[in-house]
Design a protein around this ligand. Sequence first.
Ligand code: SF4
Length: 211
Amino acid sequence: MKRYKLSRYNLYFSINSNYIAVFNSITQVLSLFIKKWFFFNSAGKIIGLDLSNCKIESLLLEKGFITDEKIDEEELIKVIYEDRYFLLNQEAGLTIILTFQCNFDCCYCYQRESPISSTSKFMNDEVIIKVVKFANSLIQENLPFHLNFFGGEPLLKYGIFPGFIEKVKSFCDKKHSSLFIHVTTNGYNFTERIVNSLLTLCKTMFVSQFR
Ligand code: SF4
């Protein structure tokens, strides 16, 4: 007969005298448990789960709340993260700062502390050509490529976007690579035209502040 243990990656939150919410940080599943199912030590710490009359053992296993006693979860999590790291690293990307300038002056902004932020200009055509060439060298056959526009406020120079993206897209097409565009913006310069064009170009758009 298989023996099980509680996952060491469970987090327990006492709801009231009858219920405990349990969140498993590997599977990211949250569920409500009856308190009397658990065994506690003298310090009140959960040390086990009474599975004797439990009819949902397979569900608890599937959701990661319990695991086979022989499984070393630390090793398991290393394998999961090594796999994710490997997969993530298959996808190349480039973060582009068109300028450090911004039309906002947020108190928490770390960019304005940058020594070059006050004198920052916009990326010029010569640099853009070099960046596009560099992007091409990073694109790999049949693998997704990510372009992240960051700042400063990238939409201060929205005019650069379409041409820039078009060129990188043509390189991606040649290598059968899907292009994903991400923009982090404060959204102040949004117009209907810009939003519509971004919605067709971008995979994700982070609006850091909107006034
Ligand atoms: S909008 Fe972003 S870049 Fe601009 S000042 Fe605020 S935090 Fe900094």
